[in-house]
Design a protein around this ligand. Structure first.
Ligand SMILES: *[C@@H]1O[C@H](CO)[C@@H](O)[C@H](O)[C@H]1NC(C)=O
Length: 231
């Protein structure tokens, strides 16, 4: 009898710390999953930040020469079709006529229009280009394949897109001679300061980006291609 009461006491002594231990382990078990998921979530967020950052700043959809699937590139109609599709950006090819007028035109486009595979924009004057343009005019803006000057092309597109890429073609017979100045006199108000033409822009709503023309890239703050001039 005496022996069994002693053993019960001993068992009691053992049971007390085991209950504490049980509560403690229960507490740990309760805390562990939230901690685990907290770190797991943080890791996921970090992964999302590094891998999906572009989602906050998605790439722009850029129509090369307008929508050339619906009309010939760099024509009134191709720009209209692109704007109707609500593109973010339009790429405009820029070529200079023999008398120094800048057109939204590529040698390739010119050759398609006049059927002469050896014509180059630089050897034609603005009058000849305008005549060629008139022969492709139409009353509907969606079928009008006339050629635009850069001013007209910018006027048409600048308020409807976030970015315009001017792909300035350097070609014969004048190549780069005064080309940067001619382009900038249209895009940017000439405001000379230490021989550098700087902003503000005439077309301030979209950013205008230049490609394939080293002198223009140099003028835009000495940054390397592609360079964005913002107002
Ligand atoms: C095609 O263009 C070239 C270069 O401008 C010119 O010399 C030639 O006479 C043209 N050919 C025709 C058939 O008009």
């Amino acid at each position: 009898m005496q022996q069994s009461s002693r053993s019960r006491k001993a068992a009691l002594r053992v049971r007390v710390p085991s209950r504490k231990l049980m509560i403690l382990s229960l507490a740990i078990f309760a805390i562990l999953p939230p901690i685990f998921f907290h770190f797991r979530l943080r890791r996921l967020q970090q992964l999302q930040l590094t891998k999906c950052r572009w989602l906050n700043d998605p790439p722009l959809v850029c129509a090369h020469g307008g929508d050339s699937s619906k009309a010939s590139p760099n024509t009134m109609a191709s720009y209209f079709h692109a704007l109707q599709s609500r593109v973010d950006c339009i790429e405009i090819d820029v070529s200079r006529s023999s008398d120094g007028v800048l057109f939204a035109l590529h040698d390739r486009d010119l050759q398609r229009l006049n059927g002469n595979t050896s014509s180059k924009v630089g050897y034609m004057n603005s009058e000849e280009i305008r005549k060629l343009s008139a022969s492709h005019q139409s009353t509907s803006k969606f079928t009008d394949e006339s050629i635009l000057t850069i001013q007209d092309a910018l006027m048409l597109t600048a308020n409807s897109v976030r970015q315009i890429v001017l792909d300035v073609k350097v070609g014969p017979p004048f190549y780069e001679k005064k080309l940067a100045k001619d382009v900038l006199s249209i895009v940017i108000l000439p405001k000379e300061k230490n021989n550098l033409i700087i902003e503000p822009q005439k077309f301030s709503s979209p950013s205008i980006l230049f490609s394939s023309m080293p002198p223009l890239r140099d003028i835009c703050n000495g940054r390397h291609s592609p360079c964005v001039c913002r107002s």
